[in-house]
Design a binder for this molecule. Sequence first.
Ligand SMILES: [Zn+2]
Length: 641
Amino acid sequence: MNDGGGSNLEIAEQSSFEAALRHCCSKCRDYLKTSELKQNNTNGNGRESFRCWLCLGLWQKEGENQTTVPTTTTTTTTTSCLGKALEECCSPYGGIGRNSPNRFSRLANQSHTVSLSGDLCLRYRWLTSILPSSSTPLPFSVYLQDLKQHMYARIESIIQQDNVANGVKTEEEENSQWIQDHQHVFENEEQGALSIHLLCLPPKDHPLNLALNNFMSNHKNNQKTKKQRNRYNKRQKCGPFTTQGGDPRQNLEVRLRSKGYEWISQSTAEELSSAAASPEAPFLPDACKSFDEPMMRIEYHVAVFRRPLFLYGYYTKSRRDVSQTPFVVMREKPTTSEPAANSTSTNSSTKEAEILGVTSVEEQICGPIQDLLGVSTQNNLMPDTPSDGGVLYGMIKFHASGREDMDVRMLVRSESPTCHGRPFCIQVIDALNPIASPNQLKGLAETINKIVTGTTRTSTSTEEISTKNDGVEIDSGDGLCNTGASYYGQNPMGVGILPNALRLVPAAIFSGLQKDTESKTKHYGCYCWSKDVLPNEDDLTKFLFRNVVFPLTIQQRTPLRVLHRRTNSIRERNVLHAKATKIDDHHFRLELSTQAGTYVKEFVYGDFGRTIPSVSSLMGCKMNLLKLDCEGIEIPKEEHF
Ligand SMILES: [Zn+2]
């Protein structure tokens, strides 16, 4: 009885195994090494026009009738599904083919990735579980690894093939010195290189896939997948605000799931099949074991994304109505009539965001960069409704070394070659175009320095800003602080960058930017008021600092104005140099050079005795700082990037 039943089962399995083998490509059959294999192998040749039941055509080349024909990768590849998917995804970036400006990632830790859906694992495990005892199939991990390698090679061959036709560019030779200069950036970090993530999934309406998904949704082991699904959903419903970042690979998955694609991961499939202790365990639904349905080709979904670029430079700001980054405040809306109608909701709804200042340094610098390089939106997650929020991958991040208040100008003392504007670093994530030449950077600096009004604030409403700009006097020649200071460029919005200094830098500069200026010397120009009449002396400096030897060490308690966000402590700072020039009986100019981190305003007026000594305490009367300019940061030549 038992024996008979066993042999019947064996026969049944044998036949379904044979049926399965007949529907597999020769490549897949190789991994299932059985004695029967060799016989079936020769028979199978004619059947290869069908999709392979196991790999859904991953090993097979599209358009080929027989995989037994030695691979000749010439004409079919570019028109194949994979090639088409890659081309489509690369086209916003300038394409994968001829004349594409793109470099593709080559480093091991950043190179292309391939992800195969887990149903492959289930089918492979099922086949190996019903193999005749004489056979010695290769482990699935080997099969998977080889298949991935095969996909890498196909991506590479598609890139290579089209690049060969590209030829050598003359411009590239022209730029060879520049490329040599930026080699560490290009090669070590592959800045601006394109990466490819390939996701191979069974078609959405594949009968085999539908059966599998149905099975999965009923299976107890899907708790984990459900949890993952919830996480994705949660992220999609994270409120009306768009979050920054995200992984383009994950973003692709979320996009596909929202379009109705369902699949299981390799790890879930592994768990599922290893949980099945005996071959009879139903880890593959019966519907998947049928070979009546015509097999459909696997679908390729691609995420192409550009690795970040880091640009470094120095900026000046010659206006007192321009902030460093967009300065948004919540303002109470002026209350109109009809208070009774919706009195409960007015409290929250009358506040609205207002942007202070005519523009910002960030916008003036990032705008032209965005215009030149473009930022891809195809790796973002954008919601169906605006209230759902989303995930932005492509963006330009502005980061400066320290900041000055909106009403403080950022200038340079032109007489000193080591005196610079404020260092900044721009991180360009997922640019549509790479930076390919020194001329592009030069042109970029020129655009920023001569930018015309109206090209600003591309992202928000331009009308509001342009009306604000009307009638605003350009604060260019306000020499009250120091006539010897100047600024970069001719941008009427008051923002300029040091020409010929903008360059690509390693990513580490971006993170180290903040602490970098802690040790630097900074110059300031102050326009001050004195309550007492200033003496009629030629040399006000000698009078004010008569008992002082520079460098002068001062003790500064945390200023009252920042006490709400900093801990109260005393710190010592050095004032390295000071020069005072009388303007009239109550006003004078003060040029200072201080150690970074000195509170200049407090050094002038004393902060109610919290800064000792101060100009006020030295003079012995009340003083005030009316206008302040930062007049540059000393950056030694060897520290230039
Ligand atoms: Zn196959």
